[in-house]
Design a protein around this ligand. Structure first.
Ligand SMILES: C[S@@+](CC[C@H](N)C(=O)[O-])C[C@H]1O[C@@H](n2cnc3c(N)ncnc32)[C@H](O)[C@@H]1O
Length: 266
């Protein structure tokens, strides 16, 4: 296997920082070479320098997205960090009593488990009110998966039985061993590609933003910029949820901490 040289790795660090705002520590050298090795093989290239040339050239315009897809980490699962879903249920009940449908954004949605978990709670709590869920991610590969909404059965173990029964279909025949999120629920979740490291498109205002397990990849300055951008889309009194292992302590932000990993915009 071709070895990645230190100066080549440094260029991939700059590449993924420019494209996604992701800071890759020096410890990630093996990960980068491992994930990109198949692209060198695909293009029959002899070195990572050749691949960098290809990335920066114009001959393969789709290659940048492929490299970004490979260099992002997409681990996720249904009802991850369940306290946030208890809070969502509570906020959805309050909004329902006021006859108001919630707008919720999953801002690093990965393969869709997070936005579909949100949608199950809202469908259950808000019924036919006009609630909406938006799932966005930088990686086009995970968004393709998210839109299809089909998952291996083992990944469904955290879905409450009642939700499995009401919102998921069990695969048969060649789909055996998988579940498919029901059409009606899939239709209520919109997916689009949004890079949090760039100015955001017009997305409107949200009641709740899930920004979980993505800040860990950013340095403090990038975190600050991302939070600033997102807060522009959170209504006053709305909630921002981050991953349990993340914090905004080192960020000079205008939000108020409600509990660890839960913030409210005044
Ligand atoms: C570890 S997953 C988290 C998924 C989900 N939020 C959860 O907590 O289970 C991180 C996701 O952030 C996405 N991501 C990384 N940098 C991004 C950026 N600059 N803009 C948008 N998404 C980004 C990755 O593609 C990946 O799917």
């Amino acid at each position: 296997m071709t070895e990645i040289k230190d100066h080549e790795f440094a260029k991939f660090q700059s590449f993924i920082f420019d494209e996604a705002g992701i800071t890759l520590s020096d410890a990630k050298k093996a990960l980068v070479s491992g994930r990109l090795a198949k692209r060198l093989a695909h293009h029959k290239l002899g070195s990572y320098s050749d691949y960098l040339k290809l990335l920066h050239g114009r001959s393969e315009p789709g290659e940048v997205q492929i490299a970004v897809d490979l260099l992002t980490t997409n681990e996720t699962y249904f009802f991850r960090e369940p306290k946030h879903f208890d809070l969502l249920k509570q906020l959805a009940r309050e909004a329902t009593q006021q006859g108001r449908g919630l707008r919720v954004w999953s801002a690093a949605s990965s393969t869709g488990e997070e936005p579909y978990s949100i949608a199950m709670i809202l469908a259950h709590t808000q019924g036919s009110l006009s609630w909406t869920v938006l799932g966005t991610d930088l990686s086009s590969r995970v968004l393709r998966h998210a839109r299809i909404g089909q998952y291996q059965m083992e990944r469904a173990s955290n879905i409450p039985t009642e939700f499995l029964r009401n919102y998921c279909l069990r695969g048969t025949g060649e789909d055996a061993g998988t579940i498919l999120v029901q059409r009606e629920l899939r239709d209520r979740v919109q997916f689009s590609q949004v890079n949090l490291h760039r100015p955001l498109p017009a997305l409107g205002q949200f009641d709740i933003i899930f920004l979980r397990n993505v800040l860990i990849y950013f340095n403090n300055e990038t975190k600050r910029q991302v939070i600033q951008r997102l807060l522009g889309h959170l209504r006053s009194g709305g909630h921002l949820l981050i991953g349990h292992s993340e914090t905004l302590n080192d960020i000079n932000s205008t939000v108020r901490a409600v509990s660890p990993s839960v913030y409210m915009k005044p």
